[in-house]
Design a protein around this ligand. Structure first.
Ligand SMILES: Nc1ncnc2c1ncn2[C@@H]1O[C@H](COP(=O)(O)OP(=O)(O)O)[C@@H](O)[C@H]1O
Ligand SMILES: [Mg+2]
Length: 291
């Protein structure tokens, strides 16, 4: 750990382990992809272990291509590990399930369904009686500030509103785990800030376990109770920082000297790994020409 990462409050770093049981466990995970085009097998993740405690908000950062989405897809049940174990409450993941809500960068909404029907799609598919989820759907739409848009189609909404629908859709099953893969990555900075605040409000109220992927160090430090930095591919855990800023958080914290310092350190670490990743992709071991 660098000196600045060992800084005092408001961002304190300490061992991520605590007494809470692990909600999510990655145990010595390796993931290899076989090229469809006959290229050599590609190791995306190599021997990665990570425990995420119940009600933790873990932000995962790292250079593009280091295996962040792969890791999220493993716990979501969309992919399986080549070796190692992926556990939820100590039980191996067999596939996707309503106990894990997933939000991607582009809300994969059904364009022919209105906002309310998009939000209700999950429970409807599980044959839950409509009266059991309708009140909840309206409550969640209120929570994400979209009550007035229940009857609108996705194409009639802004990008930020569509992501709010995607979040509402992930919340309708009241999943104990929320998995988010760069959910605000395509939004303009102002909308992004509002979405971050909204997500924190939801998390502070319900205290779900969150795994949140971002390439934005500031976003990670602002949102997370813990920031995990991955190495360039094959992905491993390089740094694990507990971000103990006071909650509820507000944006004044972004100017705090310690926040700025830890952010700069994390940024430097990710940059170093991004340069290593670029050198690796270029087939070089000395990234001397990359500035
Ligand atoms: N379905 C796939 N088939 C083959 N290779 C894949 C697949 N998904 C991801 N990869 C490879 O695995 C590596 C990690 O990808 P990914 O997890 O998407 O990275 P990140 O989300 O950190 O940008 C990349 O090199 C990517 O090319
Ligand atoms: Mg990704």
């Amino acid at each position: 750990m660098t000196d600045a990462l060992a800084a005092e409050a408001p961002v304190r770093t300490m061992p991520p382990s605590d007494d809470r049981p692990a909600k999510i466990s990655f145990r010595n995970i390796t993931k290899e992809f076989v090229s469809q085009a006959g290229g050599p097998a590609m190791k995306a993740i190599d021997g990665l272990s990570l425990d995420i405690a119940e009600k933790d908000f873990v932000c995962l950062i790292g250079p593009s291509g280091c295996g962040k989405s792969t890791l999220l897809n493993l716990i979501a049940g969309f992919e399986s590990a080549t070796s190692g174990e992926v556990l939820l409450d100590g039980v191996g993941i067999k596939g996707p399930g309503p106990d894990r809500g997933v939000v991607f960068q582009e809300g994969a909404l059904f364009p022919w369904l209105n906002v309310l029907d998009n939000v209700c799609y999950g429970p409807k598919r599980l044959s839950v009686p409509r009266q059991r989820y309708l009140a909840e759907a309206h409550a969640i739409l209120r929570q994400v500030g979209l009550s007035a848009f229940a009857q609108y189609l996705p194409a009639e909404l802004s990008g930020g509103m569509r992501q709010r629908v995607a979040i509402a859709r992930a919340l309708i099953n009241q999943p104990p785990v929320l998995l988010m893969d760069e959910p605000f990555g395509a939004l303009d900075p102002q909308t992004r800030v509002l979405m971050q605040e909204m997500l924190l409000q939801i998390w502070e109220r319900d205290n779900r376990t969150v795994l949140f992927i971002t390439h934005d160090v500031e976003e990670a430090l602002f949102l997370g109770s813990r920031v995990v930095v991955m190495s360039s591919r094959p992905g491993r855990v390089l740094e694990d920082v507990r971000a103990d800023l006071p909650r509820p958080r507000d944006f004044s914290v972004l100017k705090e000297p310690e926040f700025v310092k830890v952010k700069a350190d994390l940024f430097a670490l990710v940059r170093e790994q991004t340069i290593a990743a670029a050198a690796d992709s270029a087939g070089s071991t000395r990234p001397s020409r990359i500035k």
